[in-house]
Design a protein around this ligand. Structure first.
Ligand code: 13P
Length: 252
């Protein structure tokens, strides 16, 4: 058995009112059995303080944001800084999600700056990578993900890399109900770990938690998480149901 941290992060995306989000977190905390794995709740910005208050006594539940700005502070109307996130108890920031890349034009280079900013404040990035369907069909998925890792992470020192959580999210599996098979997930997670080992050494690569994302649910989580290089999940839709999300956290 490896000693990597097992993590399930719930990415709410742009869902839940304040009231609905609050009831769901209370419900989730009541249902949560597994306190060995880390559960990271990633609600929209305006819910962060409320969730922070609700989880403050739970060592195994942490707070994550879905984005941040790359600058320290200043005239960036509508944006949120890492310092602000930290001030309400955020520990993790999701970066590089395919929806941010596609709808908001976030490039590998911009993501590198955001990662630097998150690390500068001692928070931890959850860095997402993953290929679209046409790339998978051409069998170019490993090369595609390698380029994403290289473009946003490979400037980091080994000390910085040790703070990163990687999430592999094949775009064709996000929100489609078409999850990667456990074998497909394992193949890519092992490839990611190998790429990290080549750059940073085997010891460091073995410490990195690599999460799978894309149509993870209460029924398929156990088999996915049982793969040797799958250290947990980044969950969208199923993180919006308290009972399902608690079951997923319990699936190791
Ligand atoms: P779904 O679990 O809804 O497929 O979303 C995955 C995802 O994008 C998590 O970041």
């Amino acid at each position: 058995m490896n000693k990597r941290t097992q993590i399930v992060a719930g990415n709410w995306k742009m869902n839940k009112t304040y009231q609905d989000g609050r009831s769901m977190v209370i419900d989730f905390l009541e249902n949560l059995r597994n306190t060995d794995a880390l559960a990271i709740l990633c609600p929209p910005f305006i819910h962060l303080q409320m969730v922070s208050n609700l989880i403050k006594d739970m060592a195994s539940v942490r707070l994550g944001a879905q984005n941040c700005h790359e600058a320290e502070a200043g005239a960036y109307t509508g944006e949120v800084s890492v310092e602000m996130l930290k001030s309400v108890g955020v520990d993790y920031v999701i970066l590089g999600h395919s929806e941010r890349r596609e709808y908001f034009g976030e490039s590998d280079a911009l993501l590198a700056k955001k990662i630097d900013q998150v690390l500068a404040h001692n928070l931890r990035p959850i860095f997402c990578c993953g290929e679209p369907l046409d790339i998978r069909e051409k069998n170019d998925h490993v090369a595609h993900v390698a380029q994403q890792l290289e473009g946003s992470l490979f400037h980091l020192t080994p000390e910085a890399i040790a703070k990163i959580v990687i999430a592999y999210e094949p775009i064709w599996a996000i929100g489609t109900g078409r999850t990667a098979s456990p074998a497909q997930a394992q193949e890519m997670h092992a490839a990611i770990r190998q790429l990290m080992a080549k750059k940073y050494g085997e010891d460091l690569a073995q410490q990195l938690s690599i999460l799978y994302g894309g149509s993870v649910n209460a029924a398929n989580a156990k088999e996915l998480f049982s793969q040797p290089d799958v250290d947990g999940g980044l969950v969208g839709g199923a993180s919006l149901k308290a009972g399902d999300f608690a079951t997923i956290v319990d699936s190791f």
